[in-house]
Design a protein around this ligand. Structure first.
Ligand code: MG
Length: 385
């Protein structure tokens, strides 16, 4: 039975802001937030997320984590004041029922996603972790399939400030054994086309190149851009148009000879469903720190009915939701790659007890009971009060 539910805000300093150095004149607020002009989206100077610690009567702890690099205090309050106390005395083996009941509790208040669902995501991951620990099985096994013990990762992001340095970095990753990488148009300050050309020239014809278009374009611009990029053999175009533009997403898919990926910002089957039905993508990119495990599993299973593939997204976090994401990925029939957010994943591994790793093109999936990752003491130096 659940005895306590505790949200903990983590804020880890970083040398270079996420996605690379700040643009000239881009000044963070006193709270540390800034907007990238390239994609008009907000970021924070540190790597913030919210851990969820759920303890049961025998002292066993389940760990979850919410994506919360923006205003983590909101997610913490939702867990502390609203939903955490409702879980006391419940059985984590009932994780599906608990998730569904918590979703039900706010749906007619108009909360179908957003901060509320981010809070549920962290709780849901912690409960699956507990379920696995109690049953002594990794979560992938509980889902019914340990299809992958190691699974392919693609390198995400080239955080350098010139095209030449980014091309060198891409080449280094390919030389180290990866066969796919993604660059971010939001910070292609010298032009997206010159960058694509430089990257292709640097790595040769074989590696797969993905671009994150960061919701920057309207459908017509995106279609023209993808055709141009494909002169240099583009593998996947991510997030070509605004998240709400369902018609635009579908038009892009119908108009280009390249796979389109979307979905990091969507949290439930209800948000995915209209994009499935209108064939808005070839590849889905659910983000575990926003969906939680139950919802991500549901989304991925539904994607099979539309013959889509899965490349789970990897956002800013200490690695707890990343481990949960690997558990789901390990059980999927339609997995192609998992995103490898190296600038976050690598530096945070030392704060975890885990066998999870990523090198030479592959993630190792933890085989221990639960999700297979727990914070160690050193992480708690970064607790934000
Ligand atoms: Mg993205």
């Amino acid at each position: 039975m659940i005895k306590s539910v505790e949200p903990i805000i983590i804020s880890i300093p970083r040398d270079t802001p996420y996605l690379g150095p700040l643009e000239d004149g881009n000044k963070p607020t006193p709270q540390g937030y800034f907007i990238r002009p390239g994609n008009k989206s907000i970021y924070h100077l540190t790597d913030q997320s919210v851990l969820v610690k759920v303890t049961i009567e025998d002292g066993t702890v389940g760990w979850g984590e919410c994506v919360a690099f923006y205003a983590p205090e909101i997610v913490k309050t939702i867990i502390e004041e609203l939903v955490g106390p409702l879980l006391i005395g419940k059985d984590p083996q009932d994780v599906l029922m608990i998730y569904e009941d918590l979703y039900d509790a706010m749906r007619v208040r108009g909360f179908f996603g957003g901060f509320y669902h981010d809070a549920l995501a962290g709780i849901d991951i912690a409960l699956w972790d507990l379920k696995g620990k109690e049953l002594r099985q990794p979560v992938a096994a509980l889902l019914g399939s340990k299809r992958y013990k190691k699974l392919p990762g693609y390198v995400s992001g080239l955080p350098e400030n010139t095209i030449d340095k980014r091309a060198d970095l891409a080449k280094k990753w390919i030389d180290s054994g990866f066969d796919a990488f993604k660059f971010a148009s939001a910070v292609s300050a010298d032009g997206i086309m010159p960058e694509m050309e430089a990257l292709r020239t640097a790595v040769g014809s074989k590696p797969k190149i993905l671009i994150d278009m960061h919701w920057k374009f309207n459908a017509a611009e995106a279609i023209a851009m993808i055709h141009k990029l494909n002169q240099f053999d583009l593998y996947v175009a991510e997030a070509p148009v605004k998240p709400e533009d369902i018609a635009g997403q579908a038009l892009v898919v119908r108009s280009v000879p390249v796979q389109v990926a979307i979905g990091e910002e969507l949290r439930t089957i209800y948000e995915y469903r209209p994009r499935f039905e209108q064939l808005c993508m070839h590849v889905i990119q659910p983000e575990m720190g926003r969906t939680g495990l139950t919802s991500m599993w549901n989304i991925c299973q539904m994607s099979q009915a539309f013959n889509m593939t899965v490349m789970p997204h990897a956002s800013i976090g200490v690695g707890i939701f990343q481990a949960a994401s690997l558990q789901v990925a390990a059980a999927l029939n339609n997995l192609v790659y998992h995103e490898y957010q190296h600038s976050i994943f690598d530096k945070n591994l030392k704060y975890l007890n885990t066998t999870m790793s990523c090198s030479e093109g592959f993630f190792m999936v933890p085989q221990e009971p639960g999700i297979g990752a727990e914070p160690n003491e050193s992480l708690f130096q970064f607790v934000k009060k």
